[in-house]
Design a protein. Structure first.
Length: 378
């Protein structure tokens, strides 16, 4: 059978690799990162970045499981591709004792067998003096199989390995597809190709592509990059990724200094802000072309300065991305027809666990039943 994976982002590239390594005839279709996002007219992807937190600790059993399965394959993917994308600097979830999730963290770690170190306020101050936490803060630190990844380099590694195992990559956007009993025709700007089955890993652009076939809410997210000097980055060399659990459900996240392609070091932060809902292709395109929302950027900067008041910041900039949420906050791993399947709806968690989501999506094309623990997805 001839398969196509539509969408060359994190999940799609992973699905193509898994199919190719199984010996399937697979074509990955999706454009490369645009040279200039301010003039590009889409589609876009949210992996055009260097920092995403990776961890196993998650209140959701599904997300914890797919994360740990993906993380377990990072070393294999890096070794086989020669592309390093994972920085095992650890990840800490911290919050005050009145945070519901902070109180539940140790139970979650025990549930999933994730080794963590519990730190009280005094231990936090001693170990991570660059953070400033309220007096009743507790932290749970994952030092094994946690840290951050470069989503951009992970996608490059997945595509490289897919092609090395026989997959084709057509770096074009898909205009539409036609599903018939005789197969699925996929049309790009330059050609029309026919496949037996296709997997749609179309992320934030799923709604414009699929209409109302899936119930997805797409949010425009603003993240902030804080440039620091090389000396400041060195001072923060022991800094883990951080998720701060503010009650009731405000959970800003912060990544340690990462060297970006321009050679500079940036801390990256995102947090709870009033994010716009994006419904049309035009809205998505306009959002991705922009640097995000300046008001949200100001709010996130205040969150950073509350946690790291002594940080020496050289410059501040904002960046736009999107997240795709399903009603039950689990991905759509389902069939739309006997020939068309989906692996989309990352719910803000897809980067770190994309390899396992891609594996599950690839299994849909090859008639591999979803495992029992994934039955609620889709």
């Amino acid at each position: 059978m001839k398969f196509a994976v539509i969408g060359a982002g994190l999940i799609g590239s992973a699905a193509a690799r898994h199919l190719a390594t199984q010996g399937a005839e697979v074509t990955l279709i999706g454009p490369d990162e645009p040279a200039d996002k301010t003039t590009h007219t889409g589609p876009f992807a949210s992996h055009y970045d260097e920092g995403r937190i990776t961890r196993g600790l998650d209140p959701s059993p599904f997300w914890s499981r797919v994360s740990r399965a993906s993380i377990a394959r990072y070393a294999q993917i890096e070794a086989a591709s020669g592309i390093r994308f994972y920085s095992p600097v650890g990840c800490m979830m911290a919050g005050t004792s009145d945070s519901r999730q902070a109180a539940d963290m140790e139970q979650i770690a025990a549930r999933d067998g994730i080794p963590c170190t519990r730190l009280d306020r005094a231990q936090l101050a001693h170990r991570f003096s660059f953070f400033d936490f309220p007096d009743d803060t507790i932290g749970l630190l994952e030092t094994k199989d946690a840290g951050h990844i470069s989503p951009r380099r992970l996608v490059s590694a997945q595509i490289k390995l897919a092609k090395a195992n026989g997959a084709q990559h057509i770096a074009e956007a898909v205009m539409d597809y036609n599903d018939t009993d005789q197969g699925v025709s996929v049309r790009t700007a330059t050609q029309t190709l026919k496949f037996d089955r296709i997997l749609l890993a179309t992320g934030g652009f799923s709604n414009p592509f699929l209409g109302d076939q899936l119930s997805l809410t797409i949010y425009g997210r603003t993240v902030v990059l804080f440039e620091v000097s090389e000396a400041e980055a060195k001072r923060l060399s022991t800094m883990p990724s951080l998720i701060y659990l503010e009650p009731p459900e405000n959970h800003p996240y912060l990544l340690p200094p990462i060297r970006y392609p321009d050679g500079r070091y940036y801390l990256k932060m995102g947090g709870p802000t009033e994010d716009p809902v994006l419904s049309t292709k035009a809205e998505l395109t306009e959002w991705f072309q922009s640097p995000g929302d300046t008001k949200a950027g100001t709010e996130i900067e205040a969150m950073l300065r509350a946690r790291m008041p002594d940080l020496q910041i050289d410059a501040v900039s904002t960046m736009s991305c999107v997240t795709s949420y399903t009603p039950n906050e689990l991905p759509y791993l389902r069939s739309l027809s006997p020939r068309v399947f989906t692996a989309t709806g990352g719910c803000g968690r897809a980067a770190k666990n994309s390899d396992e989501l891609g594996r599950l999506g690839a299994g849909l094309l090859t008639d591999t039943p979803l495992p029992v623990w994934a039955k609620d997805a889709g």
